[in-house]
Design a protein around this ligand. Sequence first.
Ligand SMILES: O=C(O)CCC(=O)C(=O)O
Length: 294
Amino acid sequence: MTEREKYFWDLTGYLIVRGVLSVEEIAEANEALDYAKKDIFQHEEGRGDYTALKGTAARWYESSGLGEEGHGLLTLPVPYCEPFRNMLVHPQVVARLNEMCGPGFRLDHGPQFNNAVKGTEGLTLHGAGDPHNPVVAYRHQNGAGHCNGVTVTWNLTDSPAHGGGFVCVPGSHKSKYPMPGGVRTCEDDMGTVVQPEVEAGDVIFFMDGAQTHGTHPWRNDHERKSVLYKYASRTATRGGIADQVAPPEFYWDAEVVADMSEEQRVVMWGPFAGGRQSGLHLVCAEDGTVQIEE
Ligand SMILES: O=C(O)CCC(=O)C(=O)O
């Protein structure tokens, strides 16, 4: 990662690396996506009520390989899985993730295939520590930055200016104040929202969760084909099977937690960030007792 890249990444919360894939590699990946598209999930109804993001229902393909489906872009039949396995540990990604979220980074979930046709709706903006979320926050100390959650987007078709697709609010990973509603819905974005112009073969890194980001409706005649890899630093958990291994009886031997109080059990959950029980935590009440809060 060059000094210029570090500057841009730290300042804005995202980074574009141009021309990572060759014409042949782009063609191979697109062929594999055309194969995978038979399993594309099409929402029945559009999600958004917001004029600025309205469109036909979103189309995507979630493919962690760890989820209930048990399949994904990484487990497509050979040779279709190969482009996505190569992207997973591509040298251009490894070099930068070692700086961005530290040695030992790992794939937390994905890769997710974001597919859109002309008129496909957008996605409301999210992230930016709103509310503050240490699991994916950005921080820096002693000359180095660190972000627990980094998404790497491989663009396999062009996203021209004003054509929609990935958008973000540069600098929002350091914002001290809540995101105004008009920014979230893009109806009054105060000029803060940027849709980076990218070409097939370009890669976008962004601070997923730390930076405000989302999707503008797709306005291009050609399809959008983006594949998103959701990385995390070694000890951060966001998705995957973390919620399945986190319950106290699983994470510890059952007899260790068998006779514990509910409060004691709360601290015996293994680490994970999303899902049903993630909000449970302990607080000290004014009367000095320890209580459970959601
Ligand atoms: O690439 C995009 O359209 C944005 C994806 C997004 O919002 C996300 O991955 O959380």
